[in-house]
Design a protein around this ligand. Structure first.
Ligand code: C5P
Length: 291
């Protein structure tokens, strides 16, 4: 079979992200309620004689088109998990998710590659996929599930939740990010010393509201992100002044997001037009794998 395997790889936002202390292995214990969005990359795999990768789309810049791409790491991790040689693929990525923005694009591409490989490798069962996802990175296990989910551990403990009612989301993605920013933000939190409890994520998972309000949202990275990313505090002020509502940090940033009733999405997007960032209107979306 040489047909191309293709599927969307959605972006995510963390509705809550509570960060505990550093563990002996250097990772941090987390509690987070994650939500996939309609905004998605596209991942396509075609069997080939040698490995190749092409990256296209509006956010192709900043995505590694070489062995450093997480899709390769995921393919190798799944091959190792099922004990087979990784066969060569031609990978095509269409990047519609801003790279290194806190929206999980690279991790989602990797998890989608795992789901596509499972269609081709019969021995790639759910436990093998989960092992390969956790070996690839901390957001990958969530993206194997998608939709709305409570995540714990360093990201590998995923409890799927009922789909949240549809919300509109507008993303404000600065054009500049920082190299190694996730590790840098965790290190800044270690210096800051405060640790989050995990009660907000547990409460949101237990009683998901029909309409999310700003007080249900939380991101522990906000303690340090506005000092770590130059210009981000000023951007947040300008966005909030334009739209007249609070915005939050997406994951480790620097993307900011608004979430609210779907019918307000277009007005929020229009009010932010012309700001010095990419403004992307989208919405929450259920899992691409559960439909
Ligand atoms: O695992 P992943 O590659 O997604 O994480 C990037 C970096 O973020 C890790 O190298 C680690 O420094 C940090 N991290 C952490 N605790 C987590 C997840 C990530 O300290 N739970």
């Amino acid at each position: 079979m040489t047909a191309e395997l293709a599927a969307p790889a959605p972006a995510k936002i963390n509705l809550t992200l509570e960060i505990g202390g550093a563990r002996p292995d250097g990772y941090h214990e987390l509690a987070s309620v994650l939500q996939t969005l309609a905004l998605a990359d596209e991942v396509a795999l075609r069997p080939a004689t040698a490995r190749a990768i092409t990256v296209e789309g509006p956010f192709a810049a900043g995505t590694p088109a070489d062995a450093g791409n997480l899709v390769w790491r995921a393919i190798d991790a799944l091959a190792a998990a099922v004990g087979r040689e990784p066969e060569p693929f031609r990978v095509r990525l269409v990047k519609r998710i801003p790279a290194a923005g806190g929206l999980g694009g690279g991790a989602s591409d990797a998890a989608t590659a795992l789901r596509l490989l499972a269609r081709r490798w019969p021995e790639a069962d759910e436990p093998a996929l989960a092992r390969a996802a956790a070996a690839t990175g901390s957001d990958e296990p969530f993206f194997l599930a998608g939709g709305t989910a409570l995540v714990g551990g360093r990201g590998e403990r995923v409890t799927p939740l009922p789909d949240l009612p549809a919300h509109g989301v507008v993303l404000f993605a600065p054009r500049e990010t920082l190299a190694g920013k996730t590790a840098a933000l965790f290190a800044a939190l270690d210096r800051d010393g405060r640790r989050d409890g995990f009660e907000r994520s547990a409460a949101l998972a237990r009683r998901p509201p029909a309409r999310l309000t700003p007080d249900a949202l939380f991101n522990g990275f906000e303690r340090v992100a506005f000092e770590c990313f130059p210009g981000l505090a000023a951007l947040r002020e300008r966005v909030e002044a334009r739209i007249g509502e609070p915005v939050r940090l997406a994951g480790a940033g620097p993307t900011l997001f608004w979430i609210g009733p779907p019918e307000r999405t277009e007005r929020v997007r229009a009010r932010a037009a012309g700001l010095e960032c990419a403004v992307i209107a989208t919405a929450t979306a259920g899992s691409p794998w559960r439909r």
